[in-house]
Design a protein around this ligand. Sequence first.
Ligand SMILES: C[S@@+](CC[C@H](N)C(=O)[O-])C[C@H]1O[C@@H](n2cnc3c(N)ncnc32)[C@H](O)[C@@H]1O
Length: 155
Amino acid sequence: MDRHLTDSLEYARFLPRNACLVMDIGSGAGLPGIPLAIALPDVRFVLSDRSARRVDLLERAVRVIGLENAEVVRRDLHSLDGEVELAVARAVLQPAQWLDVALKALIPGGILVVGVGHGSETPQSSTGVLVERHDFESGVLDRSATILTIQKCDG
Ligand SMILES: C[S@@+](CC[C@H](N)C(=O)[O-])C[C@H]1O[C@@H](n2cnc3c(N)ncnc32)[C@H](O)[C@@H]1O
């Protein structure tokens, strides 16, 4: 419960208050997207994964739960191109790999909120992207966790 569901809900604190559409990249079995969609019924979620098997599972989960604010798409994250305003992702890529994804996938001003290994190195902000690291010690969740917010600079 703590390890997956509460952990997923931690992403909510990094979503802008006026968020209306969030993509979950590499959603797998639906984390963090499904717990967030349940907690934030006014926000629309796109649960995406490149695996057909995962997409089948996600479609079934959304149908069984009756989650009206979530849709499922089969998509490789490397095909995203200047179209994402706000996305979450958990346990999908190594921290440094997210910088190139942010530059390519996000619109200017867009934000990626990504969960990475707690002990992992923080990639440096560089031309075009601003990186912030947020650590949660194990008193908050049952294990330590790290979330990075990566914003593509405007212009
Ligand atoms: C370790 S699982 C994590 C799943 C889920 N986010 C979680 O926290 O439980 C990684 C997921 O990322 C997906 N994935 C890996 N590379 C991807 C890519 N290039 N494009 C889209 N999905 C990808 C995999 O299919 C898998 O479902």
